[in-house]
Ligand binder design. Structure first.
Ligand code: MN3
Length: 199
């Protein structure tokens, strides 16, 4: 049993004008596909084969860097595609909104903290909204690390993540990462984030 590149639930052009079709297609068919293939390659003939992606990435400190990098890349992009949508709620609601308000003061303050984390992640990496018990926190990780990893500075369950590698935005936004982050907020699938959040 090996890991499979997921099929997107929407067209590559569906997130335009915020995320352009060419970026989406290359990101999915080249980058995410490479993480998936490299992960499968690294697991071939290994006694780790058959373990779930969660089992692998929560123990990366004991595993080869190739599994940390490609296992993280596989998991992170699965999440990334799911937390974006051309439709859905444009803002969080219900218990998730209550928890955001409780943890950050307001949705706008959450957005500010999340945007800052995404902006200030130096080089390639991700910014996250993480559930830790009853509260929500924002963090960022380098490369393809994520908050499920036992090496993460701030650990917890990722309910939202933004890819800030240049490959996620350079074709349309070049060096303008702030514009990409603002655009990402227009396509966040808050229904999916709410599903990942355990009230
Ligand atoms: Mn990426």
């Amino acid at each position: 049993m090996s890991f499979t590149l997921p099929t997107l639930q929407y067209d590559y052009k569906a997130l335009e004008p915020y995320i352009d079709a060419q970026t989406m297609e290359i990101h999915h068919t080249k980058h995410h596909a490479a993480y998936t293939n490299n992960l499968n390659g690294a697991l071939e003939n290994s006694d780790l084969k058959g373990k779930s992606i969660e089992e692998l990435i929560t123990n990366v400190s004991k595993l080869a860097p190739v599994i940390r990098n490609n296992g993280g890349g596989f998991y992170n992009h699965n999440l990334y595609w799911e937390v974006m949508t051309p439709g859905g709620s444009s803002e969080p609601q219900g218990k998730l909104l209550e928890s955001l308000n409780g943890s950050f003061g307001s949705f706008d303050q959450f957005k500010e903290v999340f945007t800052k984390a995404a902006m200030t992640r130096f080089g390639s990496g991700w910014a996250w909204l993480i559930q830790k018990g009853d509260s929500l926190v924002v963090s960022s990780t380098p490369n393809q690390d994520n908050p499920l990893m036992d090496v993460a500075e701030i650990q917890g369950f990722p309910v939202l993540g933004i890819d800030v590698w240049e490959h996620a935005y350079y074709l349309k936004y070049q060096n303008r990462r702030p514009e990409y982050i603002e655009a990402f907020f227009k396509v966040i699938n808050w229904d999916e984030v709410a599903k990942r959040f355990k009230a």
